[in-house]
Design a protein around this ligand. Structure first.
Ligand SMILES: [Zn+2]
Length: 323
């Protein structure tokens, strides 16, 4: 008899679970499958959705997003997505080819991370339509704008979790704001009035703008691919002509050509992360941003130290600190 009672109780519990599940919709609520195209967007989405959605990178890690050619696996992945987050302003054009090829052009909700972001114009190459700098993901404040857009749009697709996404976005934004404030404070202590800075490529335009630093020259409009010997010669000429004392370049470029360029031009080169290397992870954006800001402050410190010969208390006030 006792056995029957226990069994009946278990049956009742099971029935209640199913009953409650059906009537609250819990049994039907499948986590969203959210696609992303670039590494920073993985970090943004991971921090917004926590464990309440699945993130599917459209392409395998380890590929260069600048010259990517769509693969068969990308097609399989795009078919399983409920939505796809895109840069959409020139850094993931291949995503649109994949969507088209997989027949999802009309039935895959796209979330344009950059809708509402003030974009920096760039001179277009002849015959090209791209006229804005697409590197909005190498930034702090502009990244936060994208994080809020992503959270809002994902909330529309998953109304039950909209509040949760919103709260996570706010918490994540606060962490990024604090990171920015820390390094902004460091920069404010430095006299950068003699800074003349160039970036090898346009990838750091948003970051430099956010920190109030003027870039006097962008050496190469194209980036993400190694220069030929002849292009390197031209690059060196351009750096000399720009008359700069600090040059920022991408990690791979700086590590391979730093010495050559310094010897030829006398300019110190500092390496920034473009945030497209390594595995996809929730922590990548913060880690790489911190490294970039550390590099930025170190570079400014080198200019400040090499030009400030009088103690700060006796120095003539600069009219143009941190231009
Ligand atoms: Zn790029």
């Amino acid at each position: 008899m006792k056995f029957h009672r226990v069994f009946a109780a278990q049956l009742l519990t099971l029935f209640c679970t199913v009953f409650v599940g059906v009537f609250t919709g819990v049994a039907d609520a499948k986590p969203l499958k959210v696609g992303i195209t670039l590494h920073p967007y993985y970090s943004f989405v991971a921090n917004v959705v926590g464990d309440r959605a699945e993130i599917i990178p459209l392409i395998d890690a380890g590929n260069n997003p600048h010259n990517y050619r769509p693969q068969a696996d990308d097609m399989r992945r795009v078919l399983s997505m409920d939505a796809l987050i895109v840069n959409g302003i020139g850094h993931d054009e291949w995503a649109f080819e994949i969507i088209q090829a997989a027949g999802r052009k009309d039935n895959l909700p796209l979330i344009y991370a950059n809708s509402g972001v003030p974009l920096i114009p760039i001179a277009a190459d002849e015959g090209e339509a791209k006229v804005v700098n697409p590197h909005t993901f190498v930034s702090t404040t502009v990244a936060i704008q994208q994080i809020y857009t992503i959270a809002r749009e994902l909330g529309k697709l998953d109304a039950d979790n909209a509040g949760y996404f919103r709260k996570n976005a706010r918490d994540y934004a606060l962490k990024i704001r604090r990171l920015k404030a820390k390094y902004m404070g460091e920069l404010a202590k430095l006299d950068t009035s003699t800074l003349r800075c160039a970036t090898m490529h346009g990838a750091y335009g948003y970051l430099m703008q956010e920190f109030g630093l003027q870039v006097v020259a962008v050496i190469e409009p194209r980036h993400g691919v190694a220069p030929t010997a002849r292009q390197l010669g031209d690059t060196i000429d351009k750096i000399k002509a720009a008359d700069v004392n600090v040059l920022f370049a991408e990690k791979y470029f700086a590590s391979n050509l730093s010495e050559t360029i310094r010897e030829a031009t006398g300019v110190n080169m500092y390496a920034f992360s473009h945030m497209s290397d390594g595995d996809y992870s929730a922590g990548l954006f913060e880690r790489e941003t911190q490294a970039n800001l550390e590099t930025l402050v170190n570079a400014m410190r080198s200019v400040s130290a090499s030009t400030t010969e009088t103690p700060p208390s006796e120095a003539t006030p600069s009219t143009n600190v941190a231009e």
